[in-house]
Design a protein around this ligand. Structure first.
Ligand code: NAD
Length: 496
């Protein structure tokens, strides 16, 4: 019988009473790995009650004590990195090496959460007026919610709940229904790390469960990562219900190739960053902008891209895995077909087979050149192993082209010129910028800053700024009189 995935409520794994279950399929074989429940309204409400109750004591737990839970959690995640990565690879399809990286990026955030105390320090100014001092405290919010996408089933949940919890909040996680098993493993290890009941709840499901959660009066803050239409919907609905919302959405990331760049490193980086993880990364490079004579390298790029092939997660020869679902495969292939009418197709990955895996969601590396900015393949986030090439004459043209794109998640430039690199970094309207680095992945001691339609919300966050998202800053203005009886406190709350 197929395994039924549990919900995680009040530190217990519980079987859902729901009648609606979603099959979780191995993307290489279509074998059913488990069935994930669409939690009932009652189960969602119970999870929120547990989180609300836990918040009352957790907010009073000293930050160093909260940090110690995260220290133990970090240690357990490291010990179990391969076990988590294996679950993740099976349900997501990405190669084991890639899955290890997915978990590792999350561990780095937990390390940050384990050092939360200095980040929770307020500010003080003495003598804001004569004999009046002012200072601020950073205080926790309450029950926070995270809604996460399929493409990083460990890293993205770990962007959210460890920081929120270390800041003194409790958390409801709604992972992607396409690969929900990793989240249960993350919850299991948090209990092992000594988390008291109610700190983290895992609610499975799809749109209906998300809708109940984002409108629930007891949810104080919402973190979302996913596609643009859903990100806009979550942002609009969450804020309409007067919640604090940060919403990370889709992307179309460009890499500028200058003629003075290191040719071998540039081509190598373009291949890895465009087709790695089957192109299913929000920071994948999906457009290469060749400046001037660097366009002559497209032939070499084609040769290198043709050497990379997909395969199942545990194959050592696989450059990347399948795309997540048959629907995703169909969507990517239909965009490739459209692209053939819009641009020159140099490599066509639409008829890709992997020996021994006839039912896998395979899409091979695909390369287009002479792509126009009004074509559908350019204006759509393909989210597959597809790279588009555009040729321009100058760096100014390349910058103007990227700045005109509605997305602004990541970008990079390959060049040997410090002057070109500086100009690009200064003028480009994109949140994460790489200079001779293909995917400028942010680390948690910086902040993640998608621009334009890649981010909705007023706090550019994950990492350092996450502390500001998951807390309130309270500014206190204080004055003391000689006569204690008459002493007063005047609190002004500064809602960030
Ligand atoms: P998705 O938007 O389909 O799903 C994300 C989450 O939203 C899932 O938990 C899903 O259950 C839920 N959801 C889906 N449809 C919904 C609806 N109509 N109403 C309410 N909730 C709904 O995204 P995905 O396909 O899982 O992930 C891929 C997308 O995520 C890509 O666009 C990628 O660029 C983006 N992404 C962005 C970042 C970033 O940091 N900006 C990081 C990773 C992925």
């Amino acid at each position: 019988m197929t395994e039924k995935l549990s919900l995680f409520i009040d530190n217990q794994f519980v079987e859902s009473a729901t009648e609606k279950w979603i099959k979780v399929l191995d993307p290489s074989t279509q074998e059913t790995l488990c069935e994930a429940p669409c939690a009932t309204n009652e189960e969602i409400d119970n999870a929120i009650i547990s989180a609300k109750k836990a918040f009352l004591s957790w907010r009073e737990t000293p930050p160093p004590e909260r940090s110690r839970v995260m220290m133990r959690y970090q240690d357990l995640l490291k010990t179990n990195q391969k076990a988590i990565a294996t679950i993740l690879s099976k349900e997501n399809g990405k190669t084991l090496e890639d899955a290890m990286g997915d978990v590792w990026r999350g561990i780095e955030v937990v390390e940050q959460a384990a050092n939360i105390t200095p980040l929770l320090m307020g500010e003080t100014v003495e003598n804001v007026a004569r004999e009046i001092d002012s200072y601020s405290y950073i205080q926790s919010l309450g029950v926070c919610l995270g809604i996460t996408p399929f493409n990083f089933p460990a890293m993205i949940p770990l962007w959210m709940f460890p920081m929120a919890i270390a800041c003194g909040n409790t958390f409801i996680l709604k992972p992607s229904e396409q690969d929900p098993m990793t989240a249960n493993k993350l919850a299991e290890l948090l209990v092992e790390a000594g988390a008291p009941p109610g700190l983290l709840q895992v609610i499975h499901g799809d749109k209906d469960q998300v809708d109940r959660l984002i409108k629930h009066p007891d949810i104080r803050a919402i973190s979302f990562v996913g596609s643009v239409p859903v990100g806009q919907y979550i942002y609009k609905t969450g804020t309409e219900h007067l919640k604090r919302v940060q919403s990370f959405a889709g992307a179309k990331n460009h890499m500028v190739v200058m003629p003075d760049a290191n040719k071998i490193k540039t081509i190598d980086s373009l291949v890895g960053s465009s087709v790695g993880a089957a192109g299913q990364r929000c920071m994948a490079i999906s457009v290469a902008v060749f400046v001037g004579s660097s366009k002559d390298w497209i032939d070499n790029l084609k040769i290198e891209m043709e050497k990379v092939n997909p395969g199942p997660w545990d194959s050592e020869d696989a450059g990347f895995g399948p795309v997540i679902s048959p629907q995703a495969k169909e969507r990517v292939i239909s965009l490739i077909e459209k692209g053939k009418t819009e641009a020159e197709c140099l490599i066509d990955g639409s008829r890709c087979n992997v020996e021994g895996y006839p039912d896998g969601n395979w899409v091979g590396t695909t390369l287009f050149s002479k792509v126009k900015t009004d074509s559908e393949i350019y204006t759509t986030e393909i989210f597959g192993p597809v790279l588009l090439c555009i040729e321009v004459d100058t760096l100014e043209e390349a910058i103007a082209l990227i700045n005109a794109n509605p997305f602004g998640n990541g970008t990079s430039i390959f060049t040997a010129s410090g002057r070109s690199a500086r100009k690009f970094r200064h003028e480009i309207e994109v949140g994460q910028v790489g200079i001779n680095v293909p995917i400028p992945v942010p680390l948690p001691f910086f902040s993640f800053t998608g621009w334009k339609q890649s981010f909705y919300g007023d706090l550019h966050a994950y990492g350092k700024q996450a502390v500001r998202f998951y807390t309130e800053t309270k500014t206190v203005t204080e004055r003391w009189f000689e006569d204690d009886e008459k002493s007063t406190k005047n609190l002004t709350i500064n809602l960030e």
